[in-house]
Write a new protein. Structure first.
Length: 839
């Protein structure tokens, strides 16, 4: 079905009539005139613009619509094939999908980038301009949401019948502005011009209830059906975004729910003259899908957040059951044979009592059967061990908002505790640890325990994280359900993060080892011998330099700073969080600044430290860390004695598109979280794949990256997770540690006394005070090891043969971190799902 046609050699999905002489050139989507005709038609008839007067944005919409038609040509047959030869359907429930732009991704997976680009050229514009007009779909905060986006694309690439379910937020993650280095959150408005990718499905709508009461049932049996009479009902309306896989193999559907009021306007109020009050219910209902919660750990106790979670979970389960029963004609008893539901973190954990409610109350399934069906259908991915991010909901809030679910949770809990008591004896500590109800600060429902008990598999996202899940948060549950916790190390889609983001590197690899790796990512290992080929290394270095020149152009344009493309580009981009330790990197920058000034004759090599990342709006320390980076940058960048040996850049508004530009231009990747705190990381994988060398701790998937690339090809430093735990148990006061390091004490002194903040000398005194007396994240304890490793990295950078050899080996050995591998592991080990047969 595929054919290597055009320049990039990527498959265009040929049609059967390809060789017939009667076929018009404009029927062949690998040709520019095909696209020219269709883009013009879209521009005129759907955008309604005269090509003479079209704005650049009109060309973007016309192009996206023309490309979308080709997705539909795959979507409909793919959907038909799934009904004709049923395979297990996989539903991925996630409150976040951090998608980014879709035009290049889609055109690339279908193999049409070159033809579309040529058509646009002929129409007086160009592909880069047009694609850059697409706003990022930023319906997520960071790694968790980006993983969901990688997984939906990957399911389509592998032919798994996958659906993503989430919320169509009117406003995605805030735009970050940094006036004077202080983060300001500006509203994001990705739908201002509408989205050309989505299909509104007004017929796919479900009632979502809140509040009200539960009627006493006729039968006295406490396990029987109940009638929940919600006080309030909100409508969930579907919007479908088809996501096309590699070479058009399959098309997954990302179905996002938008909230609508059942009664758009209260005519009674309106007629009484209360024109604003007439719209109040509508505003309350629609608030549910207005805005993404801008935190990468949970905002505890916010009612609107719980409404969002229940809203999208209930709509998704109702939709899934309708497809299963009405469309496919199966019984709900067979649900686990045909359906798998993956819960991305605890945000959709309310699925456990909601599926029970639907089965028991609506489908009248006996409780015990309903429980088997639920557990065999659901599985849950844990993403964090941070105590503040483990979701709990106050019992009174749950009782008020979801009274029937609260009853069901109590029943599930009672059965579970009874069973454990029977089997393990009356072990009070164990029973209170595994209970669904926490008693700490008022009674609350523990969503992690709920998701665990209601799932047949619970997975961690890296080998180390999974071990820690077993030993810490779920140690009790692991004891009573041995074997339920499994590991599925995260992966990334190589389509977006290598082939599209770094076409120069991709071409070099293809020249060297052929095209097998485009489909089989582990075939990248064929690149290994090229690490010893000086000519190849030179080409790799030249591609990196080109990418750095492009990034330098962007930095010049955005912040007015001139970067030397031959400098070491040292990049630290991710959410700003104490555990991710941007502070450690800043302290090293200050120490390096001091070293350069006190030893100006040393053989320094230019280094550029680049930061980017958003802080949760409510996270004051993270915002202060941004401010400190900017203050330090200002001083260093304007100090003539540094002579360009060190520059610091903080780029505003980190998002997927910025990551796509930064990562291929990176020499050194910063993955320096406090060991034991980063569940996996996926940024680390994107960099390694693109040939950046990693400086990192033994945390998350860094551990497995070391195993794959080899310990000589990665710069690992600092305490292990075990050592961190041990050190914490000795107390968090670090005065001795700081005294022992001249570099560290000097750097901290300067920051504390206002050297970098002359306008407000005490701005960082509290921050430094915390590092000194309560350094939970071990910034000071790891400082010397980090600095020593950074000095070593600087020396290694001087030996270009060694550097580029290691770079090639990183790319060659990252194949395992493909999301294709990760999804195959989920499909085999959790979902038992096979690919759709399309022929
Ligand atoms: C990959 C990615 C992340 C996750 O990065 P980590 O370094 O793993 O925390 C966050 N945001 C964006 C935009 C990404 O592309």
């Amino acid at each position: 079905m595929t054919e290597q046609t055009h320049e990039t050699g990527l498959a265009s999905e040929g049609t059967h009539a390809e060789d017939t002489p009667h076929r018009r050139a404009t029927d062949d989507p690998s040709r520019a005139d095909y696209w020219r005709e269709r883009i013009l038609a879209k521009l005129v008839y759907q955008v309604g613009k005269d090509p003479e007067h079209a704005e650049p944005h009109d060309w973007y919409v016309a192009t996206a619509l023309a490309v979308r038609d080709r997705i539909v040509d795959h979507w409909i047959p793919a959907t038909r094939a799934t009904y004709a030869k049923p395979v297990k359907r996989v539903y991925y429930l996630s409150l976040e999908f951090l998608i980014g732009r879709q035009l290049r991704d889609t055109a690339y997976n279908l193999g049409y980038v070159d033809a579309v680009a040529a058509a646009l050229e002929g129409l007086g514009t160009d592909f880069e301009t047009v694609r850059n007009l697409e706003p990022d779909a930023a319906l997520g905060n960071g790694g968790l949401g980006r993983l969901a986006a990688c997984f939906i694309e990957t399911m389509a690439s592998l032919g798994i019948a996958g659906y993503g379910y989430g919320i169509r937020y009117d406003h995605g993650l805030f735009r970050q502005a940094l006036p004077d280095g202080m983060q300001r959150e500006l509203p994001e408005d990705w739908l201002a011009y509408g989205s050309p990718w989505e299909f509104r499905r007004p017929e796919a709508r479900y009632d979502i209830g809140f509040g009200g009461s539960v009627a006493a049932s006729h039968d006295a049996h406490h396990l029987g059906a109940r009638e929940w009479k919600p006080a309030e009902t909100v409508l969930a309306i579907a919007y479908d975004n088809p996501v096309v896989g590699w070479r058009g193999r399959y098309v997954s559907t990302l179905r996002l729910w938008s909230a609508r009021s059942k009664d758009p306007i209260s005519l009674e109020d309106f007629n009484r003259g209360d024109h604003v009050g007439a719209l109040a219910d509508r505003a309350k209902a629609e608030a549910i899908s207005k805005v993404l919660y801008p935190s990468d750990s949970t905002d505890a106790g916010q009612e609107l957040r719980l409404r969002q979670e229940y809203f999208f979970t209930s709509a998704s389960l109702q939709d899934m059951i309708r497809r299963h029963t009405v469309n496919e004609g199966y019984s709900v008893y067979d649900l686990p044979d045909h359906v798998s539901v993956q819960l991305n973190d605890t945000h959709p954990a309310i699925a456990v009592p909601e599926l029970m409610r639907l089965l028991v109350d609506v489908y009248e399934v006996p409780w015990a059967d309903a429980w088997d069906i639920t557990r065999n259908t659901l599985s849950y991915t844990n993403h964090t061990l941070l105590p503040e991010a483990l979701e709990t909901w106050p019992v009174p809030l749950m009782e008020r908002l979801l009274p029937r679910h609260m009853q069901i949770i109590y029943l599930i809990n009672a059965f579970e505790l009874d069973r454990v008591r029977d089997e393990f004896g009356d072990d009070g500590a164990l029973l209170s640890e595994i209970s669904l109800i926490g008693e700490d600060h008022g009674r609350s429902v523990r969503m992690g325990n709920l998701a665990f008990i209601g799932s047949h598999r619970i997975n961690g996202v890296s080998a180390l994280h999974t071990d820690l899940v077993r030993e810490t948060v779920f140690s009790g549950l692991n004891k009573v359900h041995p074997g339920r916790i499994v590991n599925k190390t995260n992966g990334i889609t190589f389509r977006r993060w290598l082939f599209q983001a770094n076409p120069g590197l991709t071409s070099l690899i293809r020249e060297a080892i052929g095209d097998a790796f485009l489909d089989d990512h582990e075939a990248l290992s064929a690149l290994t011998p090229f690490a010893d080929d000086p000519a190849f290394r030179e080409k790799i270095a030249a591609v990196r330099r080109q990418n750095k020149v492009a990034l330098a152009g962007l930095v010049k344009q955005r912040v007015g700073l001139t970067l030397d493309p031959d400098a070491l580009f040292d990049v630290h981009i991710k959410r700003i969080h104490e555990y991710k330790r941007q502070l450690l990197n800043i302290l090293d920058a200050v120490a390096l600044y001091d070293a350069i000034r006190s030893n100006p004759m040393h053989d320094w090599r230019p280094r550029v430290k680049i930061f980017a990342g958003k802080a949760a709006a409510s996270y004051a320390t993270a915002k202060l860390i941004i401010k400190l980076s900017c203050d330090v940058a200002k001083m260093i960048n304007s100090d003539p004695t540094v002579r360009g040996f060190l520059k610091i850049v903080f780029l505003e508004n980190y998002n997927v598109s910025l990551a796509e530009t930064l990562i291929p231009a990176t020499d050194l990747s910063e993955q320096i979280s406090t060991a034991g705190m980063e569940a996996s990381g996926t940024g680390n994988m994107k960099f390694g794949l693109n040939g950046a060398l990693t400086i990192g701790t033994l945390d998350g998937a860094n551990v497995e990256m070391r195993d794959h690339v080899g310990e000589d090809n990665i710069y690992i430093f600092g305490m292990t997770a075990e050592q961190v735990a041990e050190r914490r148990s000795q107390g968090l006061d670090m005065q001795e540690t700081i005294h022992a390091s001249r570099h560290l004490s000097e750097a901290l002194d300067q920051i504390a006394t206002g050297v970098f903040s002359p306008d407000q000398p005490d701005r960082y005194s509290e921050l430094v005070n915390t590092l000194t007396h309560h350094d939970y994240f071990m910034v000071t304890a790891d400082f010397e090891a980090y600095r020593a490793m950074q000095v070593h990295v600087g020396n290694e950078w001087k030996d270009k043969d060694t550097w580029w050899r290691k770079s090639v080996l990183n790319t060659a050995r990252m194949g395992w971190f493909s999301a294709d591998r990760a999804i195959r592991e989920y499909a085999d080990g959790i979902w038992h799902a096979k690919p759709v047969d399309r022929d």
